[in-house]
Write a protein that binds this ligand. Structure first.
Ligand code: R5P
Length: 295
């Protein structure tokens, strides 16, 4: 039976692209607020006996999270064979330990909540740092997709003589993979986080690379401070104006405006809808869904 692809509000474009790519049928999730602020959810499309894909990027997840849980419950109660959450951006992965006494390890709590609501999860480059894999915290089957090859191919097609730059040690995994795929050199800077919106970046001597275009790559741009400080460090060494390519452009209020003048271009995947989106994820996600279908 054809997959039923249900976009949560704001995810319609990606859902339509997915439906085209895997011959699914799109339905609709109607949501509104009751006068007292509680969430109303109604599914349009018949889930009975079919695999259902709820498409919902989880950038700024809190306001819509209950509606997502309600939609998943409704699909199950209405007979869906399996409910998959397609979350190109998976939230709450960065609080992966108790940094300060008394803190909630929200990555674990969020994983427990989602694992109770859907049967399967597909995500693109979830921020895996201290958790080795999603299976360490999710109790449902998960599929982790890598956007690095797409980023690499975009850089190869649009940037001459790139030098791939990771702004911190955590970005080594992306910077290294991208550089290897396009046969470019890469370097990784050192970051010290001083607060939610404050970081210090130490840049090694990059004088051997002055004839290259630096391309800063990262998984997430949130406050934008990491990329801004890294760009400042590259400028200080006299390198040409940098390109910036990220997977998830969360870009909190004002971050894009602050970053844009520092870069020749800021490019992102469409995991989070944003004017910087230039790299489409639908083919990667559709492949994963088609694989699941064959299994
Ligand atoms: C961090 O560990 C991630 O890889 C990103 O570097 C980080 O989330 C970026 O955050 P911000 O834009 O707030 O500096």
């Amino acid at each position: 039976m054809r997959r039923l692809i249900l976009p949560m509000p704001g995810n319609e474009a990606l859902a339509a692209a997915l439906a085209r790519a895997c011959d699914g049928e799109t339905g609709r999730v109607e949501t509104r607020r009751f006068p007292d602020g509680e969430s109303y959810v109604r599914l349009h499309g018949d889930p009975a006996g079919r695999p259902v894909d709820l498409v919902c990027t989880l950038a700024r997840p809190d306001p819509g999270f209950l509606a997502l849980v309600f939609a998943a419950d409704a699909a199950r109660e209405l007979g869906a064979r399996e409910v998959t959450l397609v979350a190109p951006y998976l939230a709450y992965m960065r609080q992966d330990i108790r940094f300060l006494p008394g803190e909630c390890v929200s990555s674990r709590s969020f994983a427990r909540l989602l694992s109770a609501s859907v049967d399967r999860l597909v995500a693109v480059d979830p921020h895996l740092h201290r958790h080795p894999a999603l299976s360490a915290i999710y109790s449902i089957p998960t599929t982790t997709l890598q956007a690095a090859p797409l980023l690499a191919d975009w850089i190869a097609a649009h940037v001459d003589a790139p030098l791939v730059v990771g702004p911190d040690e955590e970005s080594e995994q992306w910077a290294g993979a991208i550089a290897a795929r396009i046969g470019a050199p890469h370097v990784v800077l050192r970051k010290t986080r001083l607060g939610d919106r404050e970081v210090r970046i130490d840049v090694p001597d990059l004088s051997p690379w002055r004839d290259r275009t630096p391309v800063l790559v990262d998984d997430i741009a949130s406050s934008g401070r990491t990329l801004a400080e890294a760009a400042r460090g590259l400028e200080a060494q006299g390198l040409p104006r940098a390109e910036c390519v990220v997977v998830h452009a969360l870009l909190a209020d004002g971050a894009f405006e602050e970053l844009a003048p520092r870069f020749a271009r800021i490019t992102s995947t469409d995991s989070v809808p944003h004017p910087s989106n230039r790299i489409a994820l639908a083919p990667l996600l559709a492949d994963a869904l088609r694989r699941d279908l064959r299994d």
